[in-house]
Each structure stands twice: as structure tokens, then as C-alpha cells.
Design a binder for this molecule. Structure first.
Ligand SMILES: Nc1ncnc2c1ncn2[C@@H]1O[C@H](COP(=O)(O)OP(=O)(O)OP(=O)(O)O)[C@@H](O)[C@H]1O
Ligand SMILES: [Mg+2]
Length: 252
């Protein structure tokens, strides 16, 4: 078992809610997308949900003797509202997005592409394995005992080691992939085998984007806050300096 924090009452309520969510979840087009991915050999079966929410869910699937993670975006307004405007603008520049039926598949493809770019830069992310419509297949992060916990729920004993790892991951995102995650927090980092794995990357933007510097500072700020709360005092400025070279702003 992974060492995790004690279960809270709200976790139980979330579980009780899951049955209902699953019924509403797999609408006809989504079932067709899943069966197409199965027919094309991306995976053999969906095992169980790892996490479900209003905008979608992540499931464990089986492929031969291995597992995969299957992220399904719900085609609805709740999903759309979660996409930050700056990322939607970027998406609109890349593809013509007329409505939810085209926007959500484009968003899913975007997550697949960005995972690939980050991985090529040596950032620890799940390997993207395929996508179709609103369904993304990627490497499963975890083991037989379950999916890896989010950093928020993990018990970390080596905080300085975690800090170094975070610096290294964000530095590679910025310097090599030239991307800013934009929603980096202990919710979108998994803790696996003593290292962080970055997930939920669809809203990442180019380092050249006018909002990039602000988003990088916000991401780093969230993580500095987390480290400080856990007992390792870290200032945002000092964290940013470690992601050297300092973000170039147009005024410089
Ligand atoms: N590749 C993976 N392997 C194992 N677990 C995963 C993987 N990807 C996502 N998860 C689990 O699914 C959860 C939700 O994934 P993600 O953050 O990508 O989706 P989301 O749409 O932001 O959902 P939420 O709003 O619940 O965070 C994660 O917190 C994690 O527990
Ligand atoms: Mg998330």
C-alpha cells in the first residue's frame, strides 16, 4: 500500500456519489469512442475508476499484462468552463473550434500532444498512448496496490529532495519544452517511487505566451506554499531563481 493520509468523511461521500456519476458518464458517443480504441488495440478493458468528477474521469484499463490510464472528458459545459481563456485562445489559433463537439476532442488531442512534448524534454509525465474524440489513453502511474497518490495526499519524508525534484521538472518544462503548465499544484502532481509525475497538462502554454511569466510564477508560488506548509520554508523568488535562467520578459 502507498502511505497516504487517513481517509476523510468527504472522501466517502465522493465514493457514494460515484455510482451515479458512472451512469451518466458513458454517453453513446463516448461508448463508441471507447469501443473503437479497444478495437484498435489501445486497451482490452476498463477495470475501474481511479477518479471521477464533473468534467470527466480517469479509469484504470488493462492492456495484455499491463495497465493503462484512460481519461474521459465529459462533453458538457462544466468541462468547457474549466478551460482557462488563454489556453482556449491558443487552441482556437491551432484548430477551428466551433462548438463543444469539436472543442473537447481538440482539447483531448492537445493534452496528448503536450504530454509528448514534455516527455521528449525529459519531464516525468505519463506516456501518451493514443486518443480518440474525448478519450485519452496514457501510461498508468501506480502499481498493483493502486494508482499513485496525488502529492497533496502523499507522505513525503525527504522534503529537500522533493524541492530539488520539483525544480528540475519545472526547469525542463521551461527551458527545454518551453512550456508553462499553468495549473501546477499538489493536485496535479502524482508522487510515485519517491518522485513527482506531472499530469493534467492540456492548459499548458508556450513560454513565449504573454501570460507565461505570470503563470509560471503562480505555479511556483503554489508549490512554494505547499513545501512551506509541509515544513520546508521556500520563497517563491528563490524557487524561481533555481529554475534558471530567469524568465525573459519583453521589457528586458
Ligand atoms: N496516468 C495516470 N495514472 C494514474 N492515475 C492518474 C493518471 N492520470 C490521472 N490520474 C488520477 O486521476 C485524477 C484526475 O486526473 P486529472 O488531474 O488529469 O484530471 P482532472 O480533469 O483535473 O480531474 P480532477 O478535477 O479530479 O483533478 C488524478 O488526480 C489522479 O489521481
Ligand atoms: Mg487535475
Amino acid at each position: 500500500m502507498y502511505p497516504t493520509r487517513p481517509e476523510r468523511p468527504q472522501d466517502r461521500r465522493k465514493e457514494a456519489h460515484q455510482g451515479k456519476v458512472l451512469d451518466e458518464f458513458f454517453d453513446h458517443p463516448t461508448l463508441l469512442a471507447i469501443s473503437r480504441l479497444i478495437n484498435q488495440g489501445y486497451f482490452d478493458a476498463i477495470d475501474h475508476p481511479i477518479s471521477t468528477g464533473k468534467e470527466g474521469g480517469v479509469f484504470r484499463g488493462t492492456k495484455g499484462v499491463r495497465w493503462v490510464a484512460i481519461k474521459v472528458y465529459r462533453v458538457g459545459n462544466a468541462t468547457f468552463r474549466r478551460f482557462p481563456p488563454y489556453a482556449l485562445e491558443e487552441l482556437r489559433r491551432e484548430v477551428s473550434v466551433r462548438n463543444l463537439r469539436t472543442l473537447i476532442p481538440a482539447w483531448t488531442r492537445r493534452e496528448h500532444t503536450i504530454l509528448g512534448r514534455l516527455r521528449a524534454a525529459g519531464v516525468r509525465v505519463p506516456e501518451p498512448l493514443g486518443h480518440f474524440r474525448n478519450v485519452l489513453v496514457m501510461e498508468y502511474i501506480g502499481g498493483p496496490e493502486g494508482a499513485a497518490p496525488r502529492l497533496k495526499d502523499a507522505l513525503v519524508d525527504d522534503l529537500p529532495g522533493l524541492y530539488d525534484d520539483l525544480v528540475e521538472q519545472i526547469r525542463k518544462m521551461w527551458e527545454i519544452a518551453r512550456l508553462v503548465h499553468g495549473d501546477l499544484s499538489p493536485y496535479n502532481l502524482l508522487y510515485h517511487e519517491g518522485k513527482v509525475v506531472t499530469i493534467d497538462v492540456a492548459q499548458a502554454v508556450s513560454a513565449e505566451h504573454p501570460e507565461a511569466k505570470r503563470l509560471l510564477e503562480r505555479d511556483v508560488g503554489h508549490l512554494a506554499e505547499f513545501l512551506t506548509r509541509e515544513g520546508l520554508k521556500v520563497k517563491t523568488e528563490e524557487f524561481l531563481e533555481r529554475i534558471h535562467p530567469p524568465p525573459k520578459s519583453t521589457e528586458e
